[in-house]
Write a protein that binds this ligand. Structure first.
Ligand code: B12
Ligand code: SF4
Ligand code: SF4
Length: 304
């Protein structure tokens, strides 16, 4: 389906692959991860488990996933000179990616429906019961590294995954079956909180990204100590990956232009900000997920 990939490239996607939907070959790993309690308070992952284990159940008649990657790497171009600590994960340095990618995916879906008349589509990016990394690997876009990231051999892992599901039976790409991590363990060794129980097994409860974005409520003393220099998210297990060190290049995509107010915010300001001003300044950014209360909690936990 060259026309679909061409259209995806025109829309700004960095890479696109196609997978036929079947039962998730790693359903057992997912099930075990949940049973071990590694999802913490992300109870939606338990609720969505059946669909994640068999993505054909997400949409009636769904047969194919068109999977896209979008590079969001910014390199060292921190848009403010004072910015190192507090640190914000690179995926959050611009306006909310859900909005930007949802529009592009819908345009891609329109092309798919046009090329296969009478078919249905549904678009997903990070908000839905879709096993996105799994589908990206099956669509030939890369392998799942020991840090659990989908790594594209020419782009690295600083990418968003976006998916269009369709009931059209499109020709699929071969899955990316090689594991190019080899004997490397840099990500596992570098994690500041030792959150990896083993390769491809992350206990989210110890992960700074989970704590600062997904965890609801106050931190326990141990959680508080884990946060370190990160105000929002964490990039350590990607920063150290040789595939990023060698191949990640800064995006020129205007949709992901870095914003100084989110990439290097004044952490102290959250303490005195009111809800209205938080909504005005950060309502269209990833900070809206933990909200003002969560950002205040994160800011109070930061240690240089
Ligand atoms: C919950 C979640 C989190 C949680 C849990 C993370 C985790 N490792 O599972 C937390 C909050 C910690 C988190 C953090 C981050 N996240 Co997140 N997250 C998700 C979400 C919503 C679900 C992931 C999930 O189901 N996890 C449970 C695990 C068990 O499932 P899985 O990750 O799909 O892994 C599958 C494979 O590992 C496979 N598997 C197991 N063993 C093996 C062995 C082999 C050989 C193979 C091939 C497969 C395989 O089985 C699993 C189930 O299918 C997805 C979006 C989505 N809808 O999928 C985004 C997503 C995974 N996150 C993303 C990002 C960007 C991040 C962060 C980098 C953000 C940041 N900088 O702070 C960090 C990275 C942390 C890390 N190293 O994983 C991107 C990843 C893009 C990419 N290139 O991989 C996604 C896809 C969102 C998106 N649409 O772009 N995230
Ligand atoms: S995102 Fe940070 S805390 Fe989470 S696993 Fe990676 S290095 Fe560890
Ligand atoms: S740091 Fe090494 S082990 Fe970890 S994902 Fe990258 S290549 Fe794989």
């Amino acid at each position: 389906m060259i026309a679909i990939k061409q259209r995806a490239a025109e829309l700004g996607f960095s890479a696109t692959g196609i997978a036929r939907l079947d039962r998730n070959p790693h359903a057992a790993e997912f099930e075990r991860w949940l049973a071990d309690g590694h999802a913490g308070t992300m109870t939606y992952l338990h609720r969505q488990a059946e669909k994640r284990k068999d993505p054909r159940r997400i949409m009636t008649g769904a047969k194919t996933a068109v999977v896209t990657l979008t590079n969001y790497f910014h390199g060292d171009r921190v848009p403010s000179p004072q910015a190192r600590s507090p640190r914000v994960a690179q995926y959050a340095w611009s306006s909310d990616y859900h909005d930007v990618l949802a529009k592009r995916l819908e345009q891609l879906a329109e092309t798919i429906r046009h090329l296969t008349p009478g078919t249905q589509t549904r678009c997903y990016v990070d908000a839905g019961p879709v096993p996105e990394r799994e589908l990206a690997q099956l669509a030939g876009l890369g392998w799942i590294g020991k840090n659990m990231m989908l790594i594209h051999p020419a782009i690295g892992s600083f990418t968003f995954i976006g998916v269009v599901l369709t009931d059209a039976a499109l020709d699929a790409d071969p899955p990316f079956d090689a594991d190019r991590c080899g004997t490397c363990t840099r990500c596992l060794d570098a994690c500041p909180t030792h959150a990896f129980v083993g390769p491809r097994d992350l206990d989210a409860r110890a992960c700074i990204s989970y704590l600062t974005i997904e965890h609801r409520g106050p931190f326990s003393p141990t959680q508080d100590a884990h946060v370190g220099e990160w105000l929002f998210g964490c990039d350590v297990c990607q920063d150290v990956c040789p595939w990023n060190v060698s191949f990640a290049t800064a995006t020129l995509d205007a949709g992901f232009a870095p914003r100084a107010d989110v990439a290097s915010p004044d952490a102290g300001a959250f303490a005195t900000m009111d809800d209205a001003s938080f909504a005005r300044r950060f309502g269209d950014t990833p900070f809206s997920r933990p909200g003002l209360e969560g950002m205040r909690r994160n800011a109070a936990a930061i240690r240089d």
